[in-house]
Design a protein around this ligand. Sequence first.
Ligand SMILES: NC(=O)c1ccc[n+]([C@@H]2O[C@H](COP(=O)([O-])OP(=O)(O)OC[C@H]3O[C@@H](n4cnc5c(N)ncnc54)[C@H](OP(=O)(O)O)[C@@H]3O)[C@@H](O)[C@H]2O)c1
Length: 387
Amino acid sequence: MLLLLGLFNTAFSHSPPARMGSLYTGEARAIATMQIGGCGVGLHISSRRAAIAGGAALLLPTTRLPSAAALPPFAGRTVVITGANSGLGLASATQMAAAGATVILAVRDASKGAEAKERIRAVTQNGALEVSELDLGDLSSVKSFAKRWGDRPCDVLMLNAGVMAIPQRATTEDGFERHLGVNHLGHFALTARLWPALKKAAAGGGAARVVVVSSDGHKKGTIRFDDINLEKPGAYKDCSTPFCSAYTQSKLANVLFAKELERRIPPGIEVAVSSVSPGLVNTALFRYSLPDLKADVGSGALVGDPDGSKLRDLQKIQAYFMTPADTAAQTQLALASDPKLDRAAVSGGYYVDGKKTPPSKEADDAAVASKMWELSERMTGIAFVPE
Ligand SMILES: NC(=O)c1ccc[n+]([C@@H]2O[C@H](COP(=O)([O-])OP(=O)(O)OC[C@H]3O[C@@H](n4cnc5c(N)ncnc54)[C@H](OP(=O)(O)O)[C@@H]3O)[C@@H](O)[C@H]2O)c1
């Protein structure tokens, strides 16, 4: 921990630009909390940043370096990525498009989706990109997405979108606590509705994949079956930090979902399911808890930063000690595309830095996973039988 603090101090000895003011303070507080409290397990530092941070970093494990490995060719295959307009989703969509996939950018804001599509096209020259609206905080939007999907096969479903650290408890359109609703229940409903499409891809010999983007933060989480929407006094706690009880519960639900989906898929259906922790990544995920950005919970828009300059400043600071999204996305991309990572190999496993890793004890508890599945069915009103 001291080493992490040393690195933190060294990395922050650079003076922030004067106009960053309280943004710098707020961001520093969030990251300090993260590292001191234990999520520093997910800290990754590139060699360039290690050099910047000085000698302390030499003693830290360099757990991930940028990968130059190209993905296997994906021409003719169809990939759905939720939250593909930003961060890890945008990085994944770009690399999948570069590999030749048809990529469906499943986003809640069509104009952000169109902007992302143009950025990806400019980089990859791949025109096989579609934007399709999907608000995971609204089950009717999930239903509409699936209806528009029709009977196409889906080779890869990357359940990537997420929200973190919403300071005040908020709910989705359907009345669910917002982290659980967006991060887990919306994705549960989407997977159920796209199941025929995944099966179709698998039957075509494509070996379909479901990749659930979770977090090592799930280890701090527990499923509150007695109060799943965290309504009781004190249940919604630490929610200006990445240890937000609602976030860690939702990320635990992600790992449980991957494991239970694998258990429920009968033998012979080649849909490989896995969950992933991407580490500590330089994205906009921290936007809700930082007062200077003032992100709107309903839309995700940065109302306190209309021209995006404060977010850019934040990401410049984060770049000192967080992994770039295109590097951090390598594990979820490998699980989506590596022929060796088939159903038999991954079998619902939890992956960190490209390696299968034990999740928390609760995440490994089959009884909890089954109970959570049944609760998710009741909450979404969808009987999900993955056969
Ligand atoms: N960054 C990290 O350090 C880190 C660590 C561990 C795990 N993760 C996980 O990585 C995943 C991707 O996050 P990120 O770091 O790339 O953050 P990000 O840049 O903020 O991306 C989050 C994405 O989720 C979308 N989203 C949020 N609410 C949504 C909703 N109701 N319906 C549909 N899409 C919605 C966002 O859309 P808008 O742009 O419209 O808001 C955005 O595209 C998340 O599941 C997160 O929990 C990240």
